[in-house]
Design a protein around this ligand. Structure first.
Ligand code: MRU
Length: 350
């Protein structure tokens, strides 16, 4: 389905495509311990909600490998510290906290086992997270494809592809599926300021797959929508509240407003691991603020006047009333979101 592998665990280390360097340089960043995985997440060597979750799983596995010769109580203490550190590496994508919680739970359940055995289980769990995400991506691709008309022009934002997950992607996974099913689609990719995940990463993935596409600056999207050039908008998610409010890359909210104004279907594509069942509203989602250089500099060149203040939130929240549907591996959730998301939690969604 895709040959792009955002990460691979081999030779007792996590090998990741260094997404800071794409598309000009294809380099592999090798994390040999948990601190290096933590750095890779913070510095965005690896990014995209599901990919961050998977990387955190391997971060836990590498921590367990480091401490596997310690006494049980020391091992548990060190694991707790490592997991806490990983948990704070980025604040918005809930898949990270989900993966950390999953590892904590595993340790709690299997605490009686010898340390070495526990460490092996933690690595196996990290592999399971990857296998699950790959399968989920394929199912979401098929569900999402049902809302893509033949010959559709799709608008997408940020990077939600193989680089942002460990499979075919979320929103871009639907694009891949639609393309492979012969629907003759065309994609407009927002460049996605300030870090240009669209211009650098989505454009790279689209070209690798040979999917007909064009790159636009973010501010072109409204004109294309108004002029009837877009049939459907597909975006990913970093965290979804139980009322359906969705945090995603900055600029997503603005797109949703224009889409609503012109009656264009606006779909969020995300695994259920991106739903935060502990929060009710989008206003409860912590929005990461990143450093000012992302805005004042382009490729290391200073473009703003020295000393200019910057406001640089990495994400925004799209209110649920602007969302046509949330494509998950369990099906497409539609309004009333609160009710349907609770049904999903109770395994009662169809
Ligand atoms: O800051 P990033 O690049 O990690 O942000 C990524 C996004 O906002 C994606 O749209 C989101 O994680 C969904 S990815 C499948």
């Amino acid at each position: 389905m895709t040959t792009i592998l955002a990460m691979e665990y081999k030779e007792e280390a996590l090998h990741m495509i260094d997404q800071r360097k794409l598309p000009h340089t294809y380099e592999i960043f090798i994390a040999k311990n948990c601190n290096e995985v933590d750095f890779a997440i913070r510095d965005m060597v690896v990014r995209g909600a599901p990919a961050i979750g998977a990387a955190a799983g391997y971060g836990a596995a590498l921590a367990a490998k480091t401490f596997q010769h310690e006494e049980k109580n020391v091992f548990l203490l060190k694991m707790e510290e490592s997991l806490e550190k990983l948990n704070k590496s980025r604040p918005t994508a809930v898949n990270l906290m989900w993966a950390v919680k999953r590892m904590k739970k595993l340790i709690e359940i299997k605490v009686e086992l010898p340390v070495k055995h526990l460490a092996d289980l933690i690595l196996e769990e990290a592999h399971t997270i990857v296998r699950e995400d790959q399968a989920i991506n394929l199912v979401m691709g098929n569900h999402g494809n049902t809302v893509i008309p033949h010959g559709a022009t799709i608008l997408t934002h940020c990077n939600t592809g193989a680089l942002a997950t460990v499979g075919i992607g979320t929103a871009l996974g639907v694009v891949r599926t639609a393309h492979q099913s012969g629907k003759d689609i065309f994609v407009y990719a927002d460049e996605t300021r300030p870090r240009l995940q669209g211009g650098r990463l989505t454009a790279w993935e689209l070209m690798q797959e040979g999917i007909p596409s064009t790159l636009i600056v973010d501010s072109v999207a409204a004109t294309l929508i108004r002029d009837g050039k877009i049939n459907v908008i597909l975006v990913g998610a970093d965290r979804i509240a139980t009322n359906g409010d969705t945090a995603n890359k900055i600029g997503t909210f603005m797109l949703s407003v224009v889409a609503k104004t012109y009656g264009i279907p606006f779909y969020v594509v995300a695994p259920t691991t991106t739903i935060d069942f502990e929060i009710d509203h989008g206003s409860d989602i912590v929005i990461e603020e990143r450093n000012s250089e992302e805005v004042t500099h382009i490729e290391g060149v200073h473009i703003a006047p020295e000393g200019m203040k910057v406001y640089n939130p990495a994400f925004d929240v799209t209110p649920h009333e602007n969302i046509t549907g949330i494509v998950t591996e369990k099906g497409i959730i539609r309004a009333p979101y609160q009710e349907n998301i609770i049904k999903l939690k109770c395994n009662d969604f169809r």
